[in-house]
Write a protein that binds this ligand. Structure first.
Ligand code: AMP
Ligand code: MG
Length: 415
């Protein structure tokens, strides 16, 4: 092992400060389109949804059993009642249940007039048209109340709500066919670098395939953006400038990879200073130290580092949240972290937040443990594939010993 490099720059920007600065510049989309709820998965609501009905629409049974009047039951002895009818789900019992009577009822069946309580069938003994019920039932048990899920006139979802499977089911339960959602974000992206070859090309000496474009394409697709792949752009000022001008015309957001490290940044910075307002940050983080962010006209710009792992880390830590906000999801939460016990030592220099790649497991006691993937170089993309979480090591943290509790952030649905 080589000694950790102390390349900490005391003037570099902390991760949280960068997040805050980015947020200040974001202008969410406002255009609304109406879509069928089948097409609304992972879209963002552009309007409040008010419930047109009560759900459920009637008091109904939570169990298969017998509907009756609780007052007929006894606390100290069995009671036998007369069965006067049946309430199926979707086929209510038309009559009234009187004192001394019960109705057979199935889950979802409307509570017949006169009844207030359901005794599950496992607690009842039926013989012919009689049913015997034990002592100790609670009044109102196994009865679902009209409107207990949603009430007519209630705001069911507020503007900005992300629509997932549960939300779409709820909309359907209200009879709502179409909803107003914000239009999809248009996100353009390109890679920069003379060493990059697009898929299908032949590798010359010192050249590599462009992988970042495919990673970014995948990450944006997962987020249901409209993706605009602008290819590889040579490290040539005229080409880079033309690419930014084009991206600003066609997209809400442009994401680039490479070309923001010291040296490269100089000419990219000159171009962007002419076209818009862009900051080049040295972040107090690893990987992902250089990051550019700003606006070219009304188009938001993220200049990610070139290293493939740094691309994924900076996307997850900055771009993801920003895109959600731009899509109109004002209340989107950051990716949650939780504690896991480290099973191997971790080298860490204080002064920057590190996102090391980790593999989670559960030990025999059911506790979550995490093991680093090994080589943590930001060029080792296989470390992202092996990993199922980031081990998030805060700025002040130094080396960490096995057995210590560390925070991890799941890559689930991301990597
Ligand atoms: P840069 O930030 O342009 O200095 O690039 C840093 C490192 O990432 C270099 O080793 C590049 O070759 C590599 N790199 C940059 N862009 C890509 C890409 N699109 N795909 C794979 N590797 C890349
Ligand atoms: Mg480069």
């Amino acid at each position: 092992m080589t000694a950790p490099q102390h390349d900490y720059d005391p003037n570099s920007m902390p991760v949280d400060a960068a997040r805050t600065r980015i947020r200040e510049f974001l202008t969410p989309v406002t255009t609304v389109e109406r879509v069928h709820i089948r097409a609304a998965l992972d879209r963002t609501l552009a309007e409040d949804v008010i419930s047109p009905i009560d759900v459920p629409g009637h008091d109904n049974s939570a169990m298969d059993g017998y509907a009756l009047r609780h007052a007929d039951l006894r606390e100290d002895a069995d009671v036998t009642l007369k069965i006067v009818g049946t309430a199926f789900a979707g086929r209510p019992f038309a009559g009234t249940v009187r004192a001394g009577e019960a109705a057979r009822i199935f889950t979802g069946g409307v509570m017949p007039d006169g009844t207030d309580t359901v005794i599950m069938q496992e607690r009842a003994k039926a013989e012919g048209d009689r049913v015997t019920l034990g002592a100790g039932a609670k009044a109102g048990q196994n009865r679902r109340h009209r409107g207990e899920d949603l009430q007519e006139g209630q705001v069911v979802f507020a503007r900005g709500q992300a629509l997932g499977a549960a939300e779409l089911g709820m909309l359907a339960s209200l009879g709502i066919i179409e909803v107003g959602v914000f239009r999809r974000l248009r996100v353009a992206f390109f890679s920069t670098g003379d060493e990059l070859v697009s898929l299908g090309g032949t590798l010359g000496p010192g050249q590599i395939y462009d992988s970042n474009r495919y990673t970014i394409h995948a990450l944006l697709s997962r987020m249901h953006c409209e993706v605009l792949d602008m290819g590889v752009i040579r490290d040539d000022p005229a080409d880079v400038e033309a690419a930014f001008v084009e991206a600003a015309k066609i997209a809400d957001v442009v994401i680039t990879s490479g070309g923001v490290s010291v040296g490269d940044a100089d000419y990219v910075k000159q171009i962007l200073d002419r076209l818009g307002k862009v900051h080049f940050w040295k972040l107090a983080m690893k990987p992902g130290r250089p990051l550019a962010f700003g606006k070219i006209g009304s188009t938001h710009f993220f200049g990610l580092p070139g290293n493939p792992v740094a691309v994924m880390v900076t996307f997850q830590q900055f771009v993801r949240d920003a895109l959600l906000y731009l899509m109109g999801q004002s209340g989107a939460k950051p990716v949650p972290t939780f504690a896991a016990r480290l099973t191997a030592p971790v080298k860490k220099a204080p002064g920057r937040t590190e996102f090391q790649r980790g593999i989670l497991s559960r030990d025999d006691d059911g506790e979550w443990t995490v093991k680093p993937t090994g080589n943590q170089s930001s060029s080792i993309l296989s470390s992202m594939s092996l990993a199922d979480c980031f081990i998030v090591l805060p700025e002040a943290q130094g080396n960490v010993e096995p057995g210590a509790s560390v925070q991890v952030q799941l890559l689930h649905g991301f990597g």
